[in-house]
Every structure is written in C-alpha cells, then in structure tokens.
Design a protein around this ligand. Structure first.
Ligand code: ADP
Length: 415
C-alpha cells in the first residue's frame, strides 16, 4: 500500500510543535508494517541544506522546484516543494504561535496544496493509494482530490483553522476527505460539543461516522532514555518543567497566577521553555525577573534544552485547556518525570491519576494548585514518588499500536 503524507512540518527537518513529531515518526512505524510512505512538505528557508542535502528531483515550472531528502536513519523519503516567493521565504509559520494571523499564511498553503495536486495529477512523483492530509494547511488539497484519490484528513488542532477571505480550510478538509481522524479518542468526542468544537461541531457531527480518534505515539529513538538524575534527599527542591508553544491553550492562565504561592510553599525550581504570544512571553519574563532563583526561562525553540528539561524535572506541567493528543506528557513519562495534567483530550487518555501522574478537573488556577499540592506531598514521600516514576517508565507510547489503526483505515478505503 502506498501512502503520501502531506503536511506543513516534519521533525527533525521542520518542527514547530507536535504535528512535526507525528509526521516525522508515524511514517516510520507504517513502513515497518509494510506500507510504502512518502512525505511532502514545503521547502522552508530555515531548512538546513547542509544537514539534509536535498537533491533536485525536477522542476515543475520556472519557479517551482521539487527536492528530495530523507528522514535520518530511515528509508522514508521526504519531498520538499520550493518556490521562493510563494512558499519558501520566511519562517515555518509567520506567527510564532503557529496560528494563522494573516492571509499570507493562507496563500502559502493554498499554493502548496495546488502544487501537490498538480504533482499527483501528473503522476510523476508517486502514485499513492491514499493521500493522508494533515491539518488546515492541506484542507484545500482534500477538496481538490475529492472523488479522484482517496484521502484521510487528520485534525491535529481544531482551534487553528486557516480561516480567511471567506474560506475555512480546516472545514474543507473535514467536509471533503473520505475519512477524518483526530489524535485521541477523547478529543474525537470533545470536538462534537460546542465547548471544544470551535464552531465546526455541527459539521463534524454530520461526518461522525467517518471520524475516528487515534492517540498519537512518540518516537522512542528521538527521545532516548538517559540515565536519570532524579536525585532526592530531604533538602532537595522540587523541579517543575514546562515546554510548549506559549498560547492560551497550554494553560498559562492557570500556571502563572499560582507560581508565587508554589514558590512560597516549596521553594520550587521551574524550568520554562517556549515561544509564542507576546502577552505570555512578557508575563513569564516578568515572573522570571521577580524570582531569578526559582525560575529558569528560555524564550525560543531549543530541542537540546527540551530534552534536558524532560529528563531533569520531577514534574511536568501541562494543564492545557484543551489538548488534542499532547506529546509533552508522554515524553516526560518516558524520562520518569511525572506529568500534572488537566483531564482533557489526549492528556486524559494517556495519564492515569495517581498511577502515572496527577490528573485534575476544573479550569481554575486553584484547581491546578490543588494538584501541585498533592505533587508536593508525593515529593516528600520518596517511596511513593519512586512508585509513580516507575509506572511512568513502564508506559509504552510507541507508535506501533496506533500505526496499526491507521493501516486499518487505509485498507478500508482502498477496498
Ligand atoms: P503542540 O503540538 O500543541 O505544540 P504537543 O505536546 O503535542 O503540543 O507537542 C509539542 C512538541 O513540541 C513536543 O515535542 C515539545 O517538546 C516540542 N516543543 C514545544 N515547544 C518547544 C520549544 N520551545 N523548544 C523545543 N521543543 C518544543
């Protein structure tokens, strides 16, 4: 079976968030199950040419050139579409939060969808049985392919819709794809409600028979287990990690107000890493200046530091207001770092309360605070803490199981 993945990111070639991780790892798992998967993404200016050594495959026209590279240590080929003016100039997304802020972003991905459509029509690239489209960036492609090639459309984040000039590309994907998936079972149910549906709940309800939730996995080779340095003695301070795009979604409205109280109570150490909305960047910066002994902050994208924070924190904060799947909690468990999460979406599906983490309901700062208080109690009971860590380390979030579910969908469609 031949599958073409079409997306805006692919780790490690171009990553902003979890979408990149999925595109960079699910195809490897699918290949192991016998599928032939290729990926196509835009050739952004920021892609390291020396590292990935992209080679020209052919010129589509005067301005548009198709390149090819590979995901390191795998056979999965990645095609890169280059067009200086219409696609490739500028960062991966124009806004650091990854959300659409102006029509340039829309035009870019409309161009990308049209180009991929052209390539498929020519048949020069690859003749896939299924085209697997991801998020709004590829919604227009689902429209173009309708009735021509079978498509799967995966919703990674319904809140980012690609809405401009009367078009909503997320809605087009949902409407026109043969099957729709999203990245956890709970999120698949949540998005049928007004609270989580972002205005598309009715459209999704119409298509609910073809909507399936499959939890994301993580790439264990990208997150190698290191010897863990969770030292603990009576006087050590609890360490809390936080790594995310700095947007409202990630629960900063719950975290930031309670930091002074946590510090007062426990003299905790915080490691913050992220970039995104100015409002949150400034608010965290102000806190870090106020508590220099307790808060270590980096604004920016830093893969190395992310690995270090996951490995060296005692607890990982992820009180997201909504979370389609979430990878941060899975990665932290991989390192024996205990996640503190809100009971929503993939967080609910992957973290077991008082077994592999702390799961709280409610959406107020004090709800998170109560959970942090429990965490602090555990912190001072080394046996209990060790038990939780062990449970985290014993979890299996590899892609295999989820990849099998995608294969099932592809098979059904190609009948
Ligand atoms: P989302 O897809 O909403 O951004 P996820 O939890 O699904 O959230 O995935 C986030 C991914 O991006 C994880 O691999 C996380 O480690 C990574 N990440 C987020 N922000 C940064 C950052 N500033 N630097 C390095 N990695 C980051």
């Amino acid at each position: 079976m031949k599958i073409l993945f079409v997306a805006s990111e692919c780790t490690p070639i171009a990553k902003v968030g979890g979408l990149g991780d999925v595109i960079g790892s699910l195809p490897k798992a699918l290949s192991k199950l016998g599928a032939e998967v290729k990926i196509i993404i835009p050739f952004y200016e920021s892609i390291d040419r020396r590292k990935y050594q992209p080679k020209i495959v052919f010129k589509l026209d005067e301005e548009t050139v198709l390149y090819k590279t590979r995901i390191s240590e795998s056979r999965v080929e990645v095609f890169l579409v280059y067009n200086k003016d219409r696609l490739s100039t500028g960062p991966i997304y124009f806004d650091k939060s990854a959300f659409v802020q102006d029509s340039r972003e829309m035009e870019r991905f409309l161009f990308f969808s049209k180009t991929v459509f052209q390539l498929l029509k020519d048949g020069r690239l690859f003749k896939p049985d299924i085209v697997h489209c991801h998020d709004w960036h590829t919604g227009a492609l689902a429209t173009l392919l309708r009735g021509k090639i079978k498509t799967v459309f995966t919703i990674h984040n319904l809140a980012n819709q690609g809405k401009f000039n009367g078009r909503n590309l997320m809605a087009e994907g949902i409407l026109n794809a043969d099957k729709i998936t999203t990245v956890s079972e709970t999120y698949a149910k949540e998005i049928l409600t007004k609270k989580y549906g972002d205005g598309l709940e009715n459209l999704l309800k119409k298509r609910r028979k073809n909507l399936i939730g499959i939890l994301n996995g993580i790439d264990y080779s990208f997150w190698p287990r290191k010897v863990h340095h969770h030292g603990h003695n009576k006087n050590s301070r609890p360490r809390f990690g936080f790594i995310a795009r700095l947007t409202e979604q990630k629960g900063l409205g719950l975290i930031l107000p309670i930091i002074p109280a946590i510090i007062k109570k426990s003299d905790a150490q915080f490691y913050f890493l992220g970039q995104g909305n100015d409002k949150y960047e400034k608010a965290i910066q102000a806190l870090a200046e106020k508590y220099p002994k307790n808060i270590e902050l980096k604004i920016g994208f830093d893969e190395k530091r992310a690995h270090k924070i996951y490995a060296e924190s005692d607890f990982f904060l992820m009180p997201s207001l909504f979370e389609p799947s979430g990878l941060g909690q899975m990665i932290s468990m991989r390192y024996g770092t205990i996640p503190i999460v809100r009971a929503t979406g993939g967080l609910k599906d992957s973290v077991k309360h008082l077994k592999t983490g702390l799961v709280f309901k409610g959406d107020k700062p004090q709800d998170l605070f109560a959970s942090v208080e429990t965490a602090l109690k555990y912190f001072h009971q080394p046996e209990k803490l060790a038990e939780l860590r062990k449970n985290c380390l014993n979890q299996d979030f590899s892609w295999e199981k989820s990849a099998k579910n995608y294969i099932k969908i592809y098979k059904e469609l190609s009948k």
